[in-house]
Design a binder for this molecule. Structure first.
Ligand SMILES: *[C@@H]1O[C@H](CO)[C@@H](O)[C@H](O)[C@H]1NC(C)=O
Ligand SMILES: *[C@@H]1O[C@H](CO)[C@@H](O)[C@H](O)[C@H]1NC(C)=O
Length: 186
Protein backbone atom coordinates (compact mmCIF):
# COMPACT_ATOMS: atom_id res chain seq x y z
CA UNK A 1 0.00 0.00 0.00
CA UNK A 2 2.79 2.40 1.00
CA UNK A 3 4.66 1.66 -2.21
CA UNK A 4 1.52 2.38 -4.21
CA UNK A 5 1.20 5.76 -2.44
CA UNK A 6 4.86 6.53 -3.06
CA UNK A 7 4.44 5.58 -6.69
CA UNK A 8 1.33 7.73 -6.94
CA UNK A 9 3.01 10.81 -5.43
CA UNK A 10 5.98 10.26 -7.77
CA UNK A 11 3.55 10.10 -10.63
CA UNK A 12 1.90 13.37 -9.48
CA UNK A 13 5.30 15.01 -9.14
CA UNK A 14 6.28 13.93 -12.65
CA UNK A 15 2.96 14.98 -14.03
CA UNK A 16 3.02 18.42 -12.43
CA UNK A 17 6.63 18.91 -13.52
CA UNK A 18 5.81 18.18 -17.13
CA UNK A 19 2.74 20.39 -16.82
CA UNK A 20 4.89 23.35 -15.74
CA UNK A 21 7.25 22.64 -18.63
CA UNK A 22 4.35 22.72 -21.10
CA UNK A 23 3.21 26.06 -19.65
CA UNK A 24 6.60 27.55 -20.26
CA UNK A 25 6.99 26.05 -23.74
CA UNK A 26 8.94 28.20 -26.19
CA UNK A 27 7.97 26.66 -29.50
CA UNK A 28 5.42 24.26 -30.85
CA UNK A 29 4.76 22.89 -34.31
CA UNK A 30 1.49 21.61 -35.72
CA UNK A 31 1.29 19.30 -38.69
CA UNK A 32 0.47 21.26 -41.87
CA UNK A 33 -2.74 19.26 -42.25
CA UNK A 34 -4.19 20.98 -39.17
CA UNK A 35 -3.10 24.49 -40.15
CA UNK A 36 -4.51 24.36 -43.69
CA UNK A 37 -7.97 23.22 -42.53
CA UNK A 38 -9.04 26.88 -42.38
CA UNK A 39 -9.63 27.98 -45.96
CA UNK A 40 -7.52 30.78 -47.28
CA UNK A 41 -9.43 33.71 -48.77
CA UNK A 42 -8.53 36.00 -51.63
CA UNK A 43 -9.62 39.60 -51.07
CA UNK A 44 -9.52 42.47 -53.54
CA UNK A 45 -9.52 46.05 -52.31
CA UNK A 46 -9.84 49.20 -54.38
CA UNK A 47 -9.21 52.66 -52.97
CA UNK A 48 -7.52 56.01 -53.54
CA UNK A 49 -4.49 57.30 -51.63
CA UNK A 50 -4.18 61.07 -51.07
CA UNK A 51 -0.63 62.34 -50.51
CA UNK A 52 -0.87 66.01 -49.51
CA UNK A 53 2.43 67.86 -48.97
CA UNK A 54 1.27 71.49 -48.87
CA UNK A 55 -1.28 73.61 -47.02
CA UNK A 56 -1.84 74.01 -43.31
CA UNK A 57 -2.58 70.34 -42.70
CA UNK A 58 -0.27 68.22 -44.88
CA UNK A 59 -0.66 64.42 -44.64
CA UNK A 60 2.96 63.87 -45.72
CA UNK A 61 5.92 65.68 -44.16
CA UNK A 62 9.58 65.47 -44.99
CA UNK A 63 11.44 64.24 -41.89
CA UNK A 64 14.87 63.90 -43.52
CA UNK A 65 15.96 66.49 -46.09
CA UNK A 66 18.03 65.65 -49.13
CA UNK A 67 21.59 65.55 -47.76
CA UNK A 68 24.13 67.90 -49.36
CA UNK A 69 25.70 66.38 -52.48
CA UNK A 70 22.54 64.29 -52.88
CA UNK A 71 21.68 63.35 -56.46
CA UNK A 72 18.09 64.41 -57.22
CA UNK A 73 16.90 64.27 -53.63
CA UNK A 74 18.34 60.79 -52.88
CA UNK A 75 17.93 60.15 -49.15
CA UNK A 76 14.88 62.37 -48.58
CA UNK A 77 12.42 60.66 -46.28
CA UNK A 78 8.75 61.43 -45.67
CA UNK A 79 6.42 60.36 -42.86
CA UNK A 80 2.82 60.01 -43.96
CA UNK A 81 -0.66 59.63 -42.52
CA UNK A 82 -2.53 59.70 -45.82
CA UNK A 83 -6.30 59.30 -46.15
CA UNK A 84 -7.55 56.32 -48.18
CA UNK A 85 -10.92 56.96 -49.81
CA UNK A 86 -13.51 55.02 -51.77
CA UNK A 87 -13.43 57.40 -54.77
CA UNK A 88 -10.76 59.70 -56.24
CA UNK A 89 -12.18 62.93 -54.74
CA UNK A 90 -10.74 64.15 -51.42
CA UNK A 91 -14.34 64.45 -50.14
CA UNK A 92 -15.06 60.79 -50.93
CA UNK A 93 -15.77 58.34 -48.07
CA UNK A 94 -12.76 57.61 -45.84
CA UNK A 95 -12.02 53.85 -45.78
CA UNK A 96 -8.61 53.89 -44.09
CA UNK A 97 -5.28 55.57 -43.60
CA UNK A 98 -1.81 54.83 -44.96
CA UNK A 99 0.63 55.36 -42.11
CA UNK A 100 4.37 54.98 -42.48
CA UNK A 101 7.29 56.23 -44.49
CA UNK A 102 8.57 56.53 -47.99
CA UNK A 103 12.08 57.51 -48.96
CA UNK A 104 13.94 58.34 -52.15
CA UNK A 105 16.10 55.24 -52.35
CA UNK A 106 17.41 55.47 -55.92
CA UNK A 107 20.23 57.61 -57.32
CA UNK A 108 19.20 56.87 -60.88
CA UNK A 109 15.44 57.42 -61.04
CA UNK A 110 12.45 58.08 -58.77
CA UNK A 111 12.59 54.77 -56.91
CA UNK A 112 10.84 55.02 -53.56
CA UNK A 113 11.28 52.66 -50.63
CA UNK A 114 7.78 52.18 -49.16
CA UNK A 115 7.40 51.05 -45.53
CA UNK A 116 3.72 51.65 -44.94
CA UNK A 117 0.83 50.17 -42.96
CA UNK A 118 -2.60 50.47 -44.55
CA UNK A 119 -5.01 50.65 -41.62
CA UNK A 120 -8.64 50.15 -42.61
CA UNK A 121 -11.77 51.67 -41.04
CA UNK A 122 -14.53 50.29 -43.23
CA UNK A 123 -17.01 47.55 -42.26
CA UNK A 124 -15.49 44.14 -41.45
CA UNK A 125 -11.99 45.54 -42.17
CA UNK A 126 -12.23 48.19 -39.44
CA UNK A 127 -9.21 47.71 -37.17
CA UNK A 128 -7.35 45.45 -39.60
CA UNK A 129 -4.18 46.45 -41.42
CA UNK A 130 -1.92 45.42 -44.28
CA UNK A 131 1.81 46.08 -44.45
CA UNK A 132 3.57 47.06 -47.66
CA UNK A 133 7.34 46.87 -47.87
CA UNK A 134 8.72 47.38 -51.33
CA UNK A 135 9.99 49.46 -54.20
CA UNK A 136 7.79 52.06 -55.87
CA UNK A 137 9.16 53.32 -59.20
CA UNK A 138 6.88 56.35 -58.89
CA UNK A 139 7.17 57.54 -62.50
CA UNK A 140 5.97 54.21 -63.96
CA UNK A 141 2.32 54.20 -64.96
CA UNK A 142 1.49 51.14 -62.83
CA UNK A 143 3.71 50.06 -59.94
CA UNK A 144 3.57 46.71 -58.16
CA UNK A 145 4.43 46.47 -54.48
CA UNK A 146 4.49 43.40 -52.22
CA UNK A 147 2.18 42.98 -49.25
CA UNK A 148 4.29 41.27 -46.63
CA UNK A 149 1.80 40.77 -43.83
CA UNK A 150 -1.28 41.92 -42.02
CA UNK A 151 -3.31 41.90 -38.82
CA UNK A 152 -6.93 41.39 -37.80
CA UNK A 153 -8.87 39.81 -40.68
CA UNK A 154 -5.63 40.02 -42.66
CA UNK A 155 -3.62 37.66 -40.42
CA UNK A 156 -1.05 35.70 -42.47
CA UNK A 157 -1.60 38.11 -45.38
CA UNK A 158 0.51 38.00 -48.49
CA UNK A 159 -0.15 39.52 -51.87
CA UNK A 160 0.49 42.54 -54.01
CA UNK A 161 -0.74 46.05 -54.66
CA UNK A 162 -0.97 47.78 -58.03
CA UNK A 163 -0.75 51.56 -57.85
CA UNK A 164 -1.40 54.17 -60.51
CA UNK A 165 -1.14 57.96 -60.13
CA UNK A 166 -4.43 59.49 -61.28
CA UNK A 167 -3.63 63.08 -60.37
CA UNK A 168 -0.37 64.89 -59.63
CA UNK A 169 0.57 68.53 -59.07
CA UNK A 170 4.23 69.16 -59.99
CA UNK A 171 4.03 72.46 -58.08
CA UNK A 172 3.04 71.08 -54.66
CA UNK A 173 3.94 67.41 -55.13
CA UNK A 174 0.40 66.46 -54.07
CA UNK A 175 -0.85 63.24 -55.64
CA UNK A 176 -3.87 60.96 -55.77
CA UNK A 177 -3.01 57.31 -56.40
CA UNK A 178 -5.42 54.52 -57.31
CA UNK A 179 -4.74 51.16 -55.60
CA UNK A 180 -5.87 47.64 -56.47
CA UNK A 181 -4.85 45.21 -53.76
CA UNK A 182 -5.00 41.41 -54.04
CA UNK A 183 -4.33 39.60 -50.82
CA UNK A 184 -4.46 36.01 -49.55
CA UNK A 185 -5.27 35.60 -45.85
CA UNK A 186 -7.13 33.35 -43.44
C1 LIG B 1 -14.23 51.38 -36.32
O1 LIG B 1 -13.88 50.94 -35.03
C2 LIG B 1 -13.73 51.99 -34.10
C3 LIG B 1 -13.16 51.41 -32.82
O2 LIG B 1 -13.78 50.20 -32.50
C4 LIG B 1 -15.07 52.70 -33.92
O3 LIG B 1 -14.93 53.75 -33.00
C5 LIG B 1 -15.51 53.24 -35.26
O4 LIG B 1 -16.79 53.81 -35.17
C6 LIG B 1 -15.55 52.13 -36.31
N1 LIG B 1 -15.77 52.72 -37.61
C7 LIG B 1 -16.64 52.24 -38.50
C8 LIG B 1 -16.75 52.98 -39.80
O5 LIG B 1 -17.29 51.22 -38.29
C1 LIG C 1 -7.84 48.54 -60.86
O1 LIG C 1 -8.84 47.69 -61.34
C2 LIG C 1 -9.81 48.38 -62.15
C3 LIG C 1 -10.90 47.38 -62.47
O2 LIG C 1 -10.37 46.20 -62.98
C4 LIG C 1 -9.12 48.94 -63.38
O3 LIG C 1 -10.06 49.68 -64.15
C5 LIG C 1 -8.01 49.88 -62.95
O4 LIG C 1 -7.29 50.36 -64.07
C6 LIG C 1 -7.06 49.15 -62.01
N1 LIG C 1 -6.05 50.08 -61.49
C7 LIG C 1 -4.84 49.69 -61.15
C8 LIG C 1 -3.94 50.73 -60.57
O5 LIG C 1 -4.46 48.53 -61.23
Amino acid sequence: MASVLIFFSFYLMLFSTSFTTINGVFSDQSPMEISIKRMEKLTHLHFYFHDILDGTNPSAIRIVGPPKKSVSGFGSTFMIDDPLTEGPEASSKLVGRAQGMYALASQHDLGLLMVINYAFLEGMYNGSALSILGRNPALDTVREMPIVGGSGVFRYARGYALAKTVWFSPKSGNAVVEYNVSVLHF
